[in-house]
Design a binder for this molecule. Structure first.
Ligand code: URA
Length: 213
């Protein structure tokens, strides 16, 4: 199955109650199907629902600006959401909706096979880490999962609601750039000490990490 086949199979999806709660369309995802960096948000909002693309409203405009600050453009990346349909009045996704839709996000990730998945905000982060962990504890750090590195970032919408979050959000994208630069550096010749691991291993938590979970 290709990414396009998966998108077609979800067209007019009726698997959860959101199908009958006023959504205009399923918002599958957009971007480079061979991207090595993928971004995952929470759910489509009004503009995304109307246009059929993730992050095209105000949060999307801010995201474009942040991507540029990190030297990335939307042509380089792929963007999707945890749930593909707009919840009524932009309410939070409900557990049954996430449970129904998460396998499709996992299939997208498997097909695109990115090296790095950047989650935007609490919902996407907790869904992909499979743990109830606050975004403020894990933002701006890399987590080495089985198939990809997860890099949680604050959600751009948070900064639109609370101006004080804008600076921390910009810092997160700076850390993302620094992380990408570290990965791009050629490996030191033998004899050099390995560069410091920039992350926490979540599969086998070390004592210092336990408080996170
Ligand atoms: N917020 C999200 O999480 N996703 C979108 O597509 C738009 C806003």
């Amino acid at each position: 199955m290709t990414l396009q086949d998966l998108a077609k199979s979800l067209h007019n999806c009726q698997r959860c109650k959101l199908a009958k709660m006023g959504r205009a369309q399923v918002v599958f995802g957009v971007g480079n199907p061979n991207a090595s960096v993928m971004f995952v948000g929470e759910a489509p909002g009004f503009n995304e629902d109307q246009q059929g693309e993730p992050f095209v409203g105000a949060a999307g405009k801010l995201l474009n600006d942040l991507l540029q600050s990190a030297g990335l453009s939307r042509n380089d990346i792929y963007i999707a959401n945890v749930i593909k349909c707009r919840p009524p009045n932009n309410r939070d996704p409900e557990p049954d909706e996430v449970e129904m839709c998460k396998p499709f996000l996992m299939q997208q990730i498997a097909m695109i096979s990115p090296t790095l998945v950047c989650t935007l905000g609490n919902w996407a982060t907790q869904t992909l880490l499979d743990r109830k962990v606050g975004i403020t504890k894990v933002r701006g750090q890399a987590f080495y999962l089985k198939d990809f590195v997860l890099f949680p970032l604050l959600h751009p919408a948070a900064a639109l609601h609370q101006g004080a979050m804008l600076e921390p959000l910009r810092e997160d994208f700076k850390k993302l750039r620094e992380f990408l630069d570290r990965q791009a550096k050629p490996v030191e010749p033998t004899g050099a000490t390995p560069t410091e691991a920039p992350t926490l291993e979540i599969d086998q938590p070390q004592p210092a990490q336990m408080e996170l979970f």
